[in-house]
Design a protein around this ligand. Structure first.
Ligand SMILES: [Zn+2]
Ligand SMILES: [Zn+2]
Length: 393
């Protein structure tokens, strides 16, 4: 792998690995990242950065690095939370917090942004404008980006563009994946209760069977994606849980189910709840049952600005070579970087982190997820390069 890494980036590689492993050993769930945030703030101070705000959206940390003279402000964001997953890796840096694990790689994101902070603070005489570093809590839920925006993270100074990366085990280390337009999905959740009238299993005509009604609803909901969303658009509707009934010979009074709904285009995202409710209303009505539908919008689609994406593409090509900058396939996963990119232009991109030769291929959120730490200096170099190019443009 022929990489173009600056000497100060290479010099920080060991420190980055140490930071990442420390975060990995002490993972914390969303809005509980107190140790993680304290360690980040301490490291920023130790690097000589003095404009640091802690406790933003409970456990977020924001730091400013000012260049020579005022100019644009570029926001660089890392999410810092872990998942309620019990780690199955047998490594020295295995999670010390039972049932909690950095199974998505946000430990690496925090370590990389700390390295970016050290580098840009040392190089602050070489650029104009401001770099705003945002260590964001609770990406995996319930979401830290929106409360950070509500607390003013996009102002003082006003942010002109935002960048973030995600380590990505669908790509080998040494590759960068990105695309203009939607890269992560609009993600919604719903819970649905169907109510009938319980009764004796032998006398269905005297009852309203919630199980039969629910079965029809589950089948009919499959036609939302297949028959109502345009074949040119993408969408997913998954019913993940269904519960109902007490006994083999009792007609169920109630069935509850929960599901997730995904899409890319904002128009489809807006239309889906109505499509779902129409089917639920019609089918339950035909079966003499009643329903209660709660629909929650979780994260909007993450939309990359075409110009910002071109800046990152060029920056990435300088680091890994143009042949290793891949047109990424968008993911149906959700990502609350979406909220930043609703407000300011920017780019969210994938940093290849898999390495089949080292057995590092497990998907994100897997209990034995791990990543190739060789990816970290690459991510730092691309972030530094892209931020500098944006400030100069
Ligand atoms: Zn995740
Ligand atoms: Zn993640």
């Amino acid at each position: 792998m022929a990489l173009a890494l600056d000497d100060d980036v290479k010099a920080l590689a060991d420190q980055m690995t140490q930071d990442r492993r420390d975060f990995h050993m002490y993972p914390e769930l969303g809005f509980e990242e107190t140790r993680t945030a304290a360690r980040i703030a301490k490291a920023l101070r130790a690097a000589g950065i003095d404009e640091i705000q802690t406790g933003v959206a409970k456990t977020g940390v924001v730091a400013l690095i000012r260049g020579r003279i005022p100019g644009k402000t570029i926001l660089l964001r890392a999410d810092i939370d872990a998942l309620p997953v019990a780690e199955r890796n047998d490594v020295p840096y295995r999670s010390r917090n039972p049932g909690v694990m950095h199974a998505c790689g946000h430990d690496a994101h925090a370590a990389m942004l700390l390295a970016v902070a050290r580098i840009l603070h040392a190089r602050r005489a070489d650029f104009d404008g401001v770099v705003k570093l945002v260590f964001q809590p609770a990406e995996e839920g319930p979401g830290g980006a929106l409360p950070m925006i509500h607390e003013g993270v996009l102002e003082n100074p006003h942010v002109d563009a935002a960048l973030a990366l995600h380590v990505w085990n669908l790509l080998p280390v040494g590759q960068i994946g990105l695309k203009a337009g939607p890269i992560m999905a609009n993600t919604d959740e719903f819970s649905l209760t169907i109510r009938g009238r319980g009764g004796h299993g032998a006398m269905p005509h005297l009852s309203v069977d919630a199980v039969t009604a629910a079965a029809q609803v589950v089948s009919a909901l499959q036609s939302v994606v297949s028959r109502q969303v345009s074949p040119m658009d993408s969408a997913v509707l998954t019913i993940g849980t269904i519960h109902g009934g007490e006994r083999h010979n009792v007609i169920a009074h109630e069935v509850t189910m929960t599901g997730t709904v995904r899409s890319f285009s904002p128009e489809v995202g807006m239309a889906l709840p109505g499509m779902i409710e129409r089917i639920v209303r019609g089918v339950t009505s035909a079966m003499s049952a009643e329903y209660e539908l709660e629909y929650h919008r979780v994260y909007p689609a993450t939309l990359n600005d075409p110009l910002a994406t071109e800046v990152v593409r060029h920056a990435a090509a300088k680091v890994v070579g143009l042949e290793n900058v891949i047109d990424a396939e968008a993911s149906m996963g959700g990502e609350d970087m979406a909220f930043f990119l609703q407000k300011v232009p920017g780019c969210f991109f994938f940093l290849g982190s898999a390495n089949p030769a080292k057995g590092l291929t497990n998907p994100h959120h897997h209990p034995a997820f791990d990543l190739d730490e060789e990816a970290l200096p690459i991510g730092v170099q691309v972030l530094v390069q892209a931020a500098m190019d944006m400030l100069a443009s």
